[in-house]
Design a protein around this ligand. Structure first.
Ligand code: ZN
Length: 399
């Protein structure tokens, strides 16, 4: 141990700086005495490191806290303007871009069209422009930009920054993080888009302080993110949570993934639309989920049946999650929840009916419509996660 300490002075210092920053980040404003108590570092170390962090503008001094030794102590807090991050959500037809401060407050938001040509060079150019125009429109100093987080549908490898498979963009093994890093001269982090929403729920939403929870998204596809033991679960390399592609009926319809009978091929929005379109003339056939909902509102029995069937099959799919994991919370989200009780009520009934006896007693289900801000904000928080990550992980000593 002593050899390790002597040989790694810089690392020890980096760990202590990280500890101080994370303590202030987690607890809010703290006096130096409180910081010493919570961090268990020496008074001298806290004094030296906080002085350094104030000089570098990571911490701000201000306000007065507890009485210690007969005098009030000045409080230290994280400087939200010490840096900022960009979060991107890539969709088939749109790019959503959010600029956030260090406390993940959205400073600027942009919604841009995704180029029709999904060639990587074209997309990387569009993404680079999205980052630069968002920062310049915000008035924030570009030098404060610490990095970029990107959420992409499909199988992503966060460790290597590679998009292994993106069904909507038609990419396979694309080193997207590296391609963007070269253009932006900034660190770029890639993650599955449902995982960025899951991070957002964990940091700012219903998943705060929840040890085990699952996010299920319903829309164009059906996705899933998991927090287990307070950690985002990332599978072997990054691919996981493909709830939409568990086989519901091996002899069922073709799925967008090329396999047959996936849950998604029965229960996602395109399946609902196709079910209603099938029996209608070209003129009054619905094109969007909104069209189907409008028909259902008007009393159309087929539209209502399509939404009910989708909800039931979705409920069966989610019951499998409860049977396997029994998380304390399931958040059902995504653009498809706008169908409301036409879809959600049968989903909840099927969930009760198909879950193993008694397991649902311990599970809370929340249905919420999230906007694209939440996804993009989650992508930006990938940068904060790396920024405040333990130096031991970077040094390869801890995971
Ligand atoms: Zn599939």
């Amino acid at each position: 141990m002593s050899t390790f300490v002597r040989g790694n002075k810089d690392l020890i210092k980096a760990i202590n700086r990280n500890l101080i920053l994370n303590t202030v980040r987690r607890h809010g404003a703290l006096s130096r005495t409180q910081l010493t108590e919570i961090s268990r570092l020496s008074v001298g170390a806290v004094s030296q490191i906080t002085q350094e962090l104030i000089r570098e503008a990571w911490l701000l001094e201000g306000g007065e806290g507890d009485y210690t030794g007969g005098r009030r102590q000045t409080l230290l807090r994280l400087n939200p303007d010490a840096g900022c991050a960009i979060g991107l959500k890539l969709m088939e037809h749109r790019i959503v871009c959010a600029l956030t401060d260090l406390e993940s407050k959205v400073l600027r938001y942009q919604d841009l069209p995704m180029p029709d040509d999904h060639d990587p060079v074209t997309i990387v150019t569009a993404l680079t422009e999205a980052v630069e125009t968002t920062v310049s429109a915000s008035g924030v100093d570009r030098r404060k930009l610490l990095g970029v987080g990107v959420g992409v549908a499909g199988v992503t490898y966060p460790q290597t920054g590679v998009v292994h498979y993106s069904p909507y963009l038609g990419w396979r093994d694309l080193p997207l993080a590296e391609l963007m890093r070269v253009r932006l001269h900034l660190p770029v982090y890639i993650e599955n888009d449902v995982n960025t929403l899951t991070l957002s729920e964990q940091l700012f939403g219903a998943g705060r302080h929840i040890e085990n929870f699952v996010v299920v998204t319903v829309g164009r596809g059906i996705g899933m993110g998991m927090v287990l033991k307070h950690q985002l679960y990332q599978g072997a390399k990054g691919g996981m949570g493909e709830l939409g592609h568990i086989t519901f009926d091996a002899a069922g319809p073709m799925c967008s993934c090329g396999k047959r009978g996936c849950l998604e091929a029965f229960a996602a929005d395109p399946a609902v639309i196709a079910y209603v379109r099938h029996s209608r003339s070209a003129q009054d056939a619905p094109r969007t989920l909104e069209d189907v909902i409008a028909l259902a509102d008007g009393g159309d029995a087929l539209a209502r049946a399509a939404l009910r069937r989708s909800g039931e099959i979705l409920g069966i799919g989610i019951s499998t999650i409860v049977n396997l994991l029994c998380p304390s919370l399931i958040i059902v989200s995504g653009e498809g929840v706008i169908a409301g009780d036409y879809r959600i009520a049968p989903m909840l009934d099927a969930l009760q009916a198909h879950t193993f006896n008694g397991l649902m007693d311990d599970v809370q289900v929340i249905v919420e419509a999230t906007d694209d801000h939440a996804w993009a904000r989650g992508s930006a928080s990938l940068v904060m996660g790396k920024l405040f990550e333990s130096p031991l992980i970077e040094a390869g000593i801890a995971v």
